[in-house]
Each structure stands twice: as C-alpha cells, then as structure tokens.
Design a protein around this ligand. Structure first.
Ligand SMILES: [Zn+2]
Length: 121
C-alpha cells in the first residue's frame, strides 16, 4: 500500500540555521609532520602551497624610516589585519627592530582609538 499522505504544498521553511564556520582568524600553519632532515630530491616540483620566494625587504629599511609615528594610521594600518591583529613579521616582511616599533606604535594607536583592538581574543 502506498498511500501518499504527504501534501506537496509544504512550504519550504528557509530556516538558515546552518552552523557557519567560525571565521578563520589567524590560521597558524603548524608544521605537522615528520622532519625531513635530508635533501629533498623534489627539485622539479615546487610546493603546492602558496609560497613566494621573493625576498621581502623591510619597508622601513628601504624607506629609511626610523621613527614610526603612532599617529600615522595609514602607515600602521598596513600592518594590522582586518580583524585588528598585528600582522606577524613573517607576513609583513618587516625586520625585527622595525616590527617592534610598529607593534609599539600600533598599541599606542589603539589606546587612543586610532586603530581597533583585535577582535576575538
Ligand atoms: Zn627594517
């Protein structure tokens, strides 16, 4: 017996309760895997990940900027991610001493509400 009792006029509820994946903030690429302490023969194969081999030079060194003003939001905003986090040195390409100054400047700028604090943490 196949008695269809289900009406086809069931309105589709557009309940969008789909669990949105938490925003990918600060993806930390952890090198999980066996250490390859040997010479890799894969010379013809370049890694699948995005990898720029271009040597990054510190912006401040090239521009010879020694004094990073915390009021220079335009400059600092280039080192703050959208989430408000400070872009790590590995990504920004700034040398250590300059990154330090940038970090200090950003923190100062945050205190006077020129830049947003990192959201999340
Ligand atoms: Zn530098």
């Amino acid at each position: 017996m196949s008695e269809e009792s289900t009406k086809q006029s069931a309105p589709e509820r557009s309940e969008s309760t789909s669990p949105a994946p938490s925003a990918t903030q600060g993806t930390n690429p952890r090198p999980s895997g066996p250490r390859s302490s040997g010479p890799r023969p894969g010379r013809s194969r370049e890694g699948g990940r995005k990898f720029y081999r271009r040597k990054k030079v510190c912006k401040f060194c090239t521009d010879k900027i020694d004094d990073i003003n915390y009021k220079d939001v335009r400059l600092l905003s280039g080192f703050v991610a959208e989430s408000g986090k400070i872009v790590p040195r590995r990504l920004s390409g700034v040398c250590t001493p300059h990154q330090r100054r940038v970090t200090e400047a950003i923190k100062q700028a945050r205190n006077i509400a020129l830049l947003p604090f990192a959201s999340g943490h």
